[in-house]
Design a protein around this ligand. Structure first.
Ligand code: ADP
Length: 705
């Protein structure tokens, strides 16, 4: 795929494609995936579990705090009940009930209220009408029998409840109580809207107990209570019990509150420094859950101006109605910060581990993919033609390192094999070229042999014809010559006028005879082979010079002789003479303008053995053209048109070879010619001498020139 086409693919597919094409990326993905996926996953789990455990821990803590607060509040309530019951049963009070006037009784009740920490004490008659009260001024004449605790006491049972009293009811108990209960409402964030500007009702721990005379007759009811509005002593005590010093870690602050409905009437939660959050209200969420549905709230809640880990439970009055709430809680911020710090530290540790793991993984993965990348690069270089490219030494000692080593070894072997193959191919080429040359040479030989065979057959036919004709011509020639001699003898002096003509006839007839003889010698050389003897070559040379003198003199040729051979050769003397005369005459004919003929003989020694005589016939004539050099031993080859027969050298070659010798030529145009004869001391005959000499020579060997 081209780069452009790949660039058009969507990113995930592009990444997958890249990943599929690179071992490095695959390995990195393999190594980093557990880290980069696993660590965040682990982090997520730890975060979730941590949060859950943290919440559970806080919930558990606030739950137990709320239980403690509840018990304390119950104890306070029971304490009020016990105080009232104790007073109702005390002799001092009972003995004074019948005797004392209301003023005296009021003073007594006042002192008892102060002693027992009660906000008010009333003595009611058996109809529930107040007869005397603790707060100095006599209580308003109103029936109290509708109040549950009073009703229960009139029925003979001491009882204690928490009651929500209206401002009028408070007024009826004592105007001062109403004033104390009064709390201006403070605008609070997250609270349910309330059109009122102040809370005028009061939350009271209300207790009543029957009073009996000495005869155990019910004489009235002692009713008392504690106003909880602004009752800071109770909440501070409650707070001190639930959150003793040092019970909250991390500098968190414990708080406790009593609510009337959703309004804080006694609390140690501070609005700002030095001012308690009295008159502020609970959040709408808590109000709905606790006040409206009657459930317990355990968890984080927004309290006045901050988040608190909070526990709220409803406070139920004597009629079973939810009239307020008990709250304890502590500031969540330090815990949240501690949790954040712990999580942050955990996060940093995870990040550190991930980074270290990633670095280590990268280094480790590098040691894995490095040999692969090096091998891949070497493959590319080898494909590019660099046969010597190798992976080389690697630090890795694992399977991949060994694989890279084996890869180099494989490449070495491949290269060696390739070089060997190349050598073989070169050798093969050379051999093919050699064989082709040999073949073409053989073809050439064959072609020439075929030509020569054809030629030979023609020549053989000519030879046969020539031999027949020559043979037939010998007799007429002999008759002509005989009769010419007879004619000359008979005529005697009468023949003088034609003597010249007769001499010419004789001369020409003799020439015909010589030609016929040569023809016969050419056609049937075997018939002319004479007996052999040991011949002194030097003597034959001298004889031949005499016989050819007139040829040499006619061309003014100077003769030089260096005859140093001492060995006699086995040959037919007249045949040797014929060969030499032929060579000398040819030399003379080549030097028509004069020159030097050199005749030299020496012993022919090979490997320190005397084989025979080497004879040189050298002239300084016009020489032989290179194109003719290979043809001069051929029968009928002549450059002497009209005067030559072209048989002289052919016959000479046949004669010399017949006795195991050889004849060679060396010539250059203008520089003269040299024929060298090697004549054997002991003649060596060839095995099949029957074939005509020229034919044998052509088919068996080519002349050495
Ligand atoms: P012919 O002499 O009748 O031509 P040969 O067989 O003796 O026949 O010689 C063949 C040819 O060789 C000659 O025609 C001549 O061209 C060449 N030849 C032989 N000897 C010599 C020489 N010494 N110098 C130059 N050419 C020579």
């Amino acid at each position: 795929m081209s780069g452009d086409a790949e660039a058009r693919l969507p990113l995930p597919r592009r990444l997958a494609r890249r990943l599929g094409a690179s071992v490095r990326l695959k390995l990195l993905a393999l190594v980093l995936a557990p880290l980069l996926l696993g660590v965040p996953l682990l982090l997520g789990l730890v975060w979730t579990w941590g949060n859950e455990a943290y919440q559970r821990l806080l919930t558990f803590k606030i739950s137990s705090d709320l239980v403690t607060a509840h018990e304390y509040f119950d104890r306070v309530r029971e304490g009020v009940g016990q105080d009232v019951r104790g007073l109702a049963e005390s002799n001092r009070l009972v003995s004074r009930l019948g005797t004392a006037d209301p003023g005296e009784l009021g003073a007594l009740l006042e002192s008892l209220a102060v002693r027992h920490g009660l906000d008010f004490i009333h003595f009611l008659d058996i109809d529930g009408r107040p007869l005397a009260g603790s707060l100095g001024n006599p209580p308003l004449p109103a029936l109290r029998a509708e109040w549950p605790v009073v009703a229960a006491a009139l029925a003979g049972a001491a009882h204690t409840t928490v009651e929500r009293l209206s401002p009028q009811e408070l007024e009826r108990i004592a105007p001062s109580l109403r004033r104390r209960a009064y709390l201006p409402l403070v605008e609070t964030r997250a609270a349910a809207p309330d059109p009122r500007t102040a809370e005028e009702r009061g939350l009271v721990i209300h207790a009543a107990a029957p009073v009996y005379d000495a005869r155990r007759m019910l004489v009235g009811v002692l009713e008392g209570g504690v106003l909880l509005n602004r009752n800071l002593a109770i909440v501070d005590r409650l707070n001190a019990i639930v959150y003793r010093d040092g019970s909250l870690p991390l500098g968190s602050r414990g708080t406790a509150t009593l609510f009337l409905d959703d309004t804080r009437i006694a609390t140690n939660v501070h609005l700002f420094e030095g001012t308690r959050a009295l008159g502020t209200r609970v959040s709408r969420a808590v109000r709905e859950r606790v006040l409206e549905r009657g459930e317990v709230w355990l968890g984080t809640a927004f309290v006045v101006n901050d988040d608190y880990v909070s526990g709220y439970e409803p406070i139920v009055d004597g009629r079973g109605q939810r009239v307020g709430m008990l709250y304890v809680g502590f500031l969540e911020k330090p815990f949240r910060e501690a949790k954040a710090m712990a999580m942050g530290a955990l996060f940093l540790v995870f990040i550190g581990i991930s980074a270290a793991g990633t670095l280590f993984s990268l280094r480790w993965a590098r040691s894995v993919f490095r040999p692969i990348e090096r091998m891949n690069a070497v493959i590319a270089r080898v494909e590019g033609g660099d046969a010597g490219a190798r992976v080389g030494a690697l630090a890795s000692r694992d399977e991949l390192g060994r694989l890279a080593g084996e890869f180099d070894h494989l490449l070495d072997t491949l290269q060696a094999k390739r070089e060997e193959l190349q050598r073989w191919a070169d050798e093969l080429d050379r051999k093919v070229a050699e064989r082709t040359a040999e073949l073409s040479q053989a073809n050439e030989i064959l072609r020439r042999a075929q030509q020569q065979l054809v030629m030979s057959e023609k020549l053989a036919a000519i030879g046969e014809l020539t031999a027949g004709v020559a043979h037939e011509m010998n007799n007429p020639i002999a008759v002509i010559q005989g009769n010419l001699d007879v004619l000359r003898d008979i005529l005697g002096p009468a023949a003088d006028p034609v003597r010249q003509e007769i001499r010419l006839i004789h001369q020409q007839t003799d020439r015909i005879r010589q030609i016929v003889t040569k023809l016969l010698q050419f056609a049937r050389p075997g018939e002319f082979a004479g007996y052999t003897e040991k011949v002194d070559v030097n003597v034959v040379v001298s004889d031949c010079l005499v016989l050819t003198r007139h040829h040499l003199e006619r061309s003014a040729v100077k003769v030089e002789m260096r005859l140093s051979a001492v060995t006699a050769v086995e040959i037919n003397r007249s045949e040797l003479q014929q060969v030499l005369i032929n060579l000398i005459v040819n030399a003379a004919q080549a030097m028509t303008e004069g020159g030097t003929l050199t005749l030299a003989s020496e012993d022919w020694v090979e490997a320190e053995v005397v084989c025979g005589v080497r004879l040189r016939v050298r002239d300084t004539g016009h020489g032989i053209a290179p194109e003719n050099l290979s043809s001069i031993f051929d029968p009928f080859f002549t450059t002497k048109k009209g005067s030559g027969t072209g048989l002289g050298l052919s016959i000479s070659y046949t004669i010399v070879e017949r006795y195991g010798g050889r004849i060679t030529v060396d010539s250059a145009p203008g520089a003269g010619t040299e024929f060298v004869l090697h004549l054997r001391r002991d003649a060596q005959y060839e095995e099949a001498p029957s074939a005509p000499g020229f034919l044998k020579r052509w088919t068996v060997d080519t002349p050495r020139v």
